[in-house]
Design a protein around this ligand. Structure first.
Ligand code: FAD
Length: 490
């Protein structure tokens, strides 16, 4: 893609290094997913770049992740003139299909499920296929408890985990149904949610007094959802995950770690992109959003664009870095400064051993919180390993091997790959999981609220699958409808 005349390509050296690393990783996938490059080439559907200067649109969408992509598509299909501005040279945001050891991998968002209504509609719409991760239904399980490695069959280990998780989440004798009776409307029973939103994940663990070896099996499985120190995250968020999984651990595992796009998340991003008809400005970070008298002006380096509405589809953690005039609701800013909790890592590791369908976990702050088989192969196994917060230096091969050996004695690392979304200036974190209080103290509602003609979308502020691809799609679809109706009303 020729980005030569695109404004706003001046990144500082640190940013450039991180994004270059990403470009190399994503580039590695182009053989496996050739459609990706073609889709971004089609960036400006009429063959022209969006003109700089005083160009005017009905809607400007900021951010080409799934929320922004689907918002741009839907707005354009409703007849609006749309400009999508994206800081990176690619679409997809916190999803990126790549390749590792000849195997298609996802550096970011991966697993999806038919229970996720928005993503499944898109899968139906574009006829996309599924593939599976073997470690989601393990034959063997292991976990670290107080320095001891406990090993079980998959069936026995999962039954213990499922039972422990059920005790952890059953706050009302009805598996928490009274807390989230309508999962897509998380504040429907806000008075029931509030007390649990004041608690951390650790507070709840301390409350129920599980046997130590069960506690050490259960704790990693909610820690990984927060992707950070479980003392920093809201227990109500975990209850909402549980409700999304139909109050059942097997279903939640299926939704969050089992089924993925056979052709990668890039296949969906490309399909949405190709379906819409909008101007696209890649490699262009937005610096400021001003609004006056019902018109918004979006500034990038060397230019500005105006529109009757803006859809800001950025991660919450980035809002603090954009100049909004008038200023944003202070609760949005406070949430952005505090940051959502997801800041851990995801690493693919090729090991020499053949371990079959295997899953292992360890409580925080163990360097690896959860690891499982991603691909069984003739020359060993590819594992997918998650760490919470910064508990593992993924670039340190020896540290990675040592951490893995804690769960899989004798493991020999052949190669590994990871990408730091937390260091990435256009993500500053992984997925959204809220801090105590943020769901019920007005923060969540403030993050979702439009301010004048500026509307907000993104997986981080979704009502239902918050922190997921489905949540990003949910907000993009809903916001496109709201903006269309508002502009029609004038
Ligand atoms: C490691 C990891 C694993 C995950 N696993 C899963 C999973 O298995 N299943 C699942 O459903 N979800 C998963 N997620 C979460 C999921 O990927 C995200 O919730 C979802 O992709 C967010 O989409 P979005 O459009 O809201 O935000 P983003 O994808 O972050 O899109 C925002 C876009 O805005 C752009 N941008 C940033 N700043 C600017 C600026 N100043 N100007 C213009 N553009 C800008 C960014 O470059 C980006 O393209 C995972 C995420 C990570 C990181």
């Amino acid at each position: 893609m020729d980005g030569g005349n695109v404004p706003g390509r001046r990144a500082d050296a640190g940013r450039r290094a991180i994004l270059k690393g990403m470009a190399a990783l994503v580039g590695a996938a182009s053989a496996a997913a050739p459609a990706r490059a073609a889709a971004t080439e089609r960036a400006a559907p009429d063959g022209a770049r969006a003109p700089t200067g005083a160009a005017s649109y009905d809607v400007i969408v900021i951010g080409g992740g799934f929320a922004g992509l689907v918002a741009a598509r839907d707005c354009s299909l409703r007849g609006m003139r749309v400009l999508l501005i994206e800081a990176r040279d690619r679409i997809g945001g916190r999803t990126a299909t790549s390749a590792f050891q000849g195997h298609r991998i996802e550096l970011g968002g991966t697993w999806i499920h038919w229970e996720q209504a928005h993503v499944w509609t898109e899968i139906t719409r574009y006829g996309l296929a599924l593939s599976e991760t073997p470690g989601a239904t393990p034959d063997r399980m292991a976990w670290l408890s107080r320095g001891r490695l406990i090993e079980k069959s998959g069936e026995e280990g999962f039954a213990l985990l499922s039972d422990g998780m059920q005790r952890y989440c059953d706050v009302d004798g009805d598996l928490a149904h009274s807390v989230f009776p309508r999962s897509p409307e998380p504040l429907h029973a806000v008075d029931q949610v509030r007390p649990f939103d004041r608690m951390t994940l650790n507070d709840r663990l301390a409350q129920i007094g599980l046997a130590p070896e069960i506690e050490d099996l259960v704790a990693p499985n909610f820690t990984i959802n927060a992707h950070r120190d479980p003392g920093s995250a809201s227990f109500a968020e975990q209850l909402h995950w549980w409700a999304r999984g139909d109050f059942n651990l097997r279903r939640l595992f299926d939704c969050s770690g089992h089924f993925k796009f056979a052709d990668g998340t890039g296949a969906l991003a490309n399909a949405i992109f190709a379906d819409g008809s909008f101007h696209f400005l890649p490699g262009t970070p937005v610096r400021a959003v001003r609004q006056a008298r019902g018109l918004a002006t979006v500034s990038v380096d060397g230019g500005a664009y105006s529109a009757g509405a803006v859809i800001c589809a950025l991660p919450v953690n980035l809002l603090k870095g954009i100049r909004f005039e008038p200023g944003l609701d202070p609760r949005k800013l406070a949430a952005s400064r505090a940051g959502v909790t997801g800041t851990g890592s995801k690493t693919y590791v090729h090991i020499r051993q053949k371990v079959g369908a295997w899953l292992a976990c360890a409580p925080y702050p163990s360097p690896i919180t959860l690891a499982f088989t991603e691909q069984e192969r003739d020359d060993g196994t590819i594992l997918c390993a998650f760490s919470a917060g910064d508990s593992l230096n993924t670039g340190d091969r020896d540290a990675l091997q040592a951490a893995l050996r804690g769960l899989l004695p004798g493991a020999e690392v052949v190669d590994s790959v990871s990408y730091s979304w937390t260091a990435d200036p256009y993500a500053l974190g992984t997925w959204a999981f809220y801090r105590p209080g943020q769901l019920t103290d007005g923060t969540f509602e403030a993050l979702r609220r439009a301010e004048g003609v500026v509307h907000f979308a993104g997986g981080d502020i979704a009502a239902h699958w918050r922190g997921f691809i489905d949540g990003a799609l949910e907000t993009g679809i809903a916001t496109a409808r709201i903006v269309h109706d508002a502009l029609r009303r004038g």
